[in-house]
Design a protein around this ligand. Structure first.
Ligand SMILES: [Zn+2]
Length: 285
């Protein structure tokens, strides 16, 4: 588990899975030959043969008066089209407990976007029913994001998720649909980073003069920090996602803001630095 302190806010990473080599289908330009040409990716984000390392994890953001979870991974018992993501039986809730949090005390759930690897633990299967995993939380979802997926055709990135991970919490009266620049609490606000999906947001944390940004999937893998034009095949609008990556680098490179990647492998966070006409992620070790 990684943990970071941003002023009065503690951020803890709860890993559902971390894998090597399984992500090229999502970043088709990130071939082994291209990845080995980016030496700073090794050893944390790629192995010496150019295989990408990626993670699916949740981030618990604890402020002086809130305990929130940002993105809820793939979840157990979900039937998905992606072979390694279907019918999982992983100890995610136990690991959440080891990080110091009981599901009953989470008061806010925020989904950066509605793809299957960001909403899974919204619900859990009990007696053949999908029930809210965090019954004492408000579940925040982008209004634009929700409205898009509510009427979209199903594909491999959203197949089944509305029925098993979104509508059950909606029907339980736990969802608040929010704007893309919503202020969640004093220390935490949303920042629109669209392109990956129509209503995609990142999560900005600011406390006691310190800052962090939880990316969501506007950057899937750190290789896209150097290769900003490598869009993901999962992006809804590749031109818009590329423009968003350029904007994020311009805004945050060489600034004192910790960038915490939603799919970045251990150590998961670092600072954006410029080099020549591009950028890289400095993880400080
Ligand atoms: Zn994702």
């Amino acid at each position: 588990m990684n943990q970071w302190q941003i002023g009065n806010v503690k951020i803890s990473r709860v890993i559902e899975m971390e894998v090597t080599g399984g992500s090229r289908f999502i970043l088709p330009q990130a071939t082994r030959e291209e990845i080995v040409k980016i030496p700073w990716l090794t050893p944390h984000f790629a192995d010496s043969e150019g295989n990408l390392i990626m993670s699916v994890h949740a981030l618990v953001v604890e402020t002086p008066d809130r305990k929130m979870i940002i993105d809820t991974c793939i979840g157990n018992d979900k039937q998905r089209n992606i072979p390694n993501w279907t019918n999982l039986q992983l100890p995610f809730l136990e690991d959440l407990g080891k990080a110091g949090y009981d599901r009953m005390e989470i008061d806010t759930v925020m989904c950066t976007h509605l793809h299957v690897d960001h909403v899974g633990w919204n619900t859990m299967l009990v007696d053949d029913q999908w029930i809210p995993t965090f019954p004492n939380a408000r579940y925040l979802m982008g209004k634009k994001e929700y409205e898009y997926w509510d009427s979209a055709d199903e594909d491999e990135l959203n197949g089944g998720l509305m029925d098993d991970s979104v509508r059950p919490v909606f029907n339980a009266g736990l969802v608040d649909l929010v704007e893309m620049n919503h202020q969640i609490c004093e220390e935490v606000y949303l920042e629109p980073t669209t392109g990956h999906t129509p209503g995609h947001v990142s999560v900005h944390i600011e406390s006691e003069g310190e800052e962090a940004l939880i990316t969501g999937d506007c950057i899937h893998h750190p290789c896209q920090i150097e290769k900003m034009d490598w869009a993901s095949s999962a992006d809804y609008d590749q031109e818009a996602s590329t423009a968003t990556r350029h904007a994020v680098m311009e805004k945050y490179a060489d600034k004192d803001i910790l960038i915490i990647g939603t799919h970045f492998a251990t150590p998961t966070a670092g600072h954006l630095k410029s080099k020549g006409d591009g950028y890289w992620l400095d993880v400080g070790k």
